[in-house]
Design a protein around this ligand. Structure first.
Ligand SMILES: *[C@@H]1O[C@H](CO)[C@@H](O)[C@H](O)[C@H]1NC(C)=O
Ligand SMILES: *[C@@H]1O[C@H](CO)[C@@H](O)[C@H](O)[C@H]1NC(C)=O
Ligand SMILES: *[C@@H]1O[C@H](CO)[C@@H](O)[C@H](O)[C@H]1NC(C)=O
Ligand SMILES: *[C@@H]1O[C@H](CO)[C@@H](O)[C@H](O)[C@H]1NC(C)=O
Ligand SMILES: *[C@@H]1O[C@H](CO)[C@@H](O)[C@H](O)[C@H]1NC(C)=O
Ligand SMILES: *[C@@H]1O[C@H](CO)[C@@H](O)[C@H](O)[C@H]1NC(C)=O
Ligand SMILES: *[C@@H]1O[C@H](CO)[C@@H](O)[C@H](O)[C@H]1NC(C)=O
Ligand SMILES: *[C@@H]1O[C@H](CO)[C@@H](O)[C@H](O)[C@H]1NC(C)=O
Ligand SMILES: *[C@@H]1O[C@H](CO)[C@@H](O)[C@H](O)[C@H]1NC(C)=O
Ligand SMILES: *[C@@H]1O[C@H](CO)[C@@H](O)[C@H](O)[C@H]1NC(C)=O
Ligand SMILES: *[C@@H]1O[C@H](CO)[C@@H](O)[C@H](O)[C@H]1NC(C)=O
Ligand SMILES: *[C@@H]1O[C@H](CO)[C@@H](O)[C@H](O)[C@H]1NC(C)=O
Length: 422
């Protein structure tokens, strides 16, 4: 039943469309941010008995396709939008190219009746602009603060809707942290949208931050929103009335600490420079502390001393504990004790003090490695394989041998290493 119903409707409208005159109406009028980059205008055609294959868009009487004025115009007849049930079609014109000085533009879309090539219909579409501006400001955290976004170029009583984003990019709502006043359009076509950041929120800021505002036409709801405009907020941390503890106040009202003297800004209170331990202040794993007398001090590890633990209290190699001409040095690998020594044994000796005869090191007796090609196909690979052999004896000593295998060949090969322990 549905089918016959639909075809009946089609027949009806097809007939009506065939008889009716074509009408053209400006489609989505837009009012957009001057600084934006691409805008789409449209013209709606109705009363069509067939799809339109040509719509001419003109600007001041000139076909936009022939204009070369620094702006790009892309007309689209909208063939795909033709609806044979309703006899309608929508043609669009995309205007692109960033130009913050542009003024309102007027376009005419014109269609020639396909049936007689002489009757034409047209409609005029305006591309209107507003501008969004903000001013950087300097404020303190100790009271509610108002940020303003100023939108100009608006028509009487046609305010834009304004969206604010916080420094994290989250949309701001009327809540405990903020209050929003969208503002109204004044006699000069300007609207001042105000975001009040409440004291409770302000006090969470420690340094300069940036909010963003974006406007959107409510007059022409099809219009895209403007791009985000930054509202930069410089926090006044210090001024003539508010000093920085242990630091100086900069031109931008921020405290500056003398980092070379180990002063850093207190993370929770940007009015205070304080002595701060850095990772490398104490040497030889010494632990840095800020003393009660406001100096940096080092708690040295066993075997070290001095203001920064630079000196060693003893020489573990004084009595050369390494036998058999082994080389003695301080054990720097234990971060809590620098009184121990390590021996580097000469060949043929091992043990903590090189007292054992016999090396832990396994020597490679045969470093010829077999890279066997299976299946008869030999492809030059030129590959290098590094084989790491870690040999662990009963003792905890470990010797490492690196064997470099160069082989040419592919397929499922077997790789063998031969080693012998002496
Ligand atoms: C409308 O177009 C559709 C598909 O393009 C087609 O199947 C249908 O027959 C057309 N209807 C009329 C009334 O031309
Ligand atoms: C429109 O075209 C006329 C003549 O071609 C020219 O004098 C006039 O300045 C143009 N106007 C604009 C707004 O470009
Ligand atoms: C209208 O013009 C087009 C191309 O200029 C032509 O192909 C078409 O036959 C014309 N139609 C009529 C009804 O003259
Ligand atoms: C648009 O159509 C009107 C009449 O319908 C006509 O007076 C006007 O000149 C046309 N404009 C253009 C640009 O064709
Ligand atoms: C808003 O901008 C317009 C145009 O730039 C300017 O005339 C007006 O003074 C500004 N208003 C505010 C509140 O900044
Ligand atoms: C207000 O701001 C604080 C600090 O940024 C945040 O923790 C809290 O969730 C916010 N409150 C609301 C209602 O968003
Ligand atoms: C936010 O709240 C204030 C007062 O509570 C009100 O005047 C304002 O219209 C509200 N703004 C929005 C966007 O709801
Ligand atoms: C409109 O602009 C004029 C001239 O720039 C200025 O004197 C007047 O105060 C403005 N009005 C408003 C409501 O801002
Ligand atoms: C603070 O200013 C004084 C005097 O100009 C200067 O001697 C000192 O080095 C400054 N301290 C810092 C942390 O910049
Ligand atoms: C920063 O200052 C606060 C308050 O003066 C203090 O409690 C805190 O210990 C200081 N240091 C750091 C790293 O926050
Ligand atoms: C550390 O060694 C230096 C140079 O050997 C010496 O002048 C200084 O007195 C020593 N400091 C301590 C605390 O032993
Ligand atoms: C041990 O001594 C040999 C020979 O002097 C030297 O090549 C090697 O780097 C030394 N090893 C260590 C860990 O000092």
């Amino acid at each position: 039943m549905k089918t016959s119903h639909a075809s009946l409707a089609n027949l009806c409208c097809f007939l009506v469309a065939g008889l009716a005159a074509i009408t053209v109406t400006p489609g989505n009028k837009v009012k957009v941010d001057k600084g934006g980059t691409a805008f789409t205008l449209s013209c709606d055609f109705s009363g069509l008995s067939m799809g339109l294959s040509e719509v001419v868009w003109t600007k001041n009487g000139t076909d936009v396709r022939t204009l070369s004025d620094g702006t790009t115009y892309k007309p689209d007849v909208g063939a795909g939008s033709y609806d044979n049930n309703t006899g309608t079609q929508t043609s669009t014109l995309t205007v692109s190219g960033s130009d913050s000085t542009r003024d309102e533009m007027e376009f005419v879309c014109e269609v020639t009746y396909p049936a007689d090539n002489s009757t034409t219909e047209n409609a005029t579409v305006h591309l209107k602009f507003y501008s969004v501006a903000s001013t950087a400001m300097s404020i303190t955290v100790h009271s509610d603060q108002e940020l303003t976004c100023n939108i100009s170029g608006l028509d009487d009583d046609q305010p834009v809707s304004v969206t604010w984003k916080d420094p994290d990019g989250n949309t701001v709502n009327n809540d405990t942290n903020y209050s929003l006043d969208p503002g109204t359009v004044d006699d000069n076509g300007s609207q001042a949208a105000v975001l009040t950041i409440k004291k409770v929120k302000m006090e969470t800021y420690k340094s300069t931050f940036t909010y963003k505002c974006s406007a959107r036409s409510t007059q022409y709801p099809g219009s895209p929103p403007s791009s985000d405009v930054d509202v930069i907020v410089n926090l006044i941390i210090c001024d003539d009335d508010r000093q920085c503890a242990n630091g100086n106040c900069s031109d931008t009202n921020q405290c500056v600490c003398d980092e070379s003297a180990h002063f850093k800004l207190n993370k929770t209170n940007p009015n205070i420079c304080e002595l701060t331990c850095s990772e490398d202040y104490c040497l030889n794993s010494g632990e840095c502390i800020v003393s009660a007398s406001a100096t940096l001090q080092c708690n040295c590890q066993t075997g070290t001393e001095g203001v920064k633990c630079a000196n060693f209290t003893s020489d573990p190699c004084a009595e050369n504990p390494c036998k058999n001409e082994g080389h003695c040095s301080r054990d720097m690998n234990n971060p809590t004790d620098y009184t121990n020594h390590v021996c580097n044994c000469t060949s043929g000796f091992s043990g903590d003090n090189c007292e054992e005869i016999g090396s832990d090191k396994k020597e490679i007796s045969e470093e010829v490695i077999v890279g066997a090609a299976v299946g008869g196909t030999v492809v030059l690979l030129g590959a290098a394989v590094f084989l790491l052999i870690i040999i662990k004896k009963n003792t905890t000593k470990v010797a490492v041998a690196t064997v470099q295998i160069n082989f040419q060949g592919t397929g499922e090969g077997t790789v063998q290493t031969h080693y012998a322990s002496k």
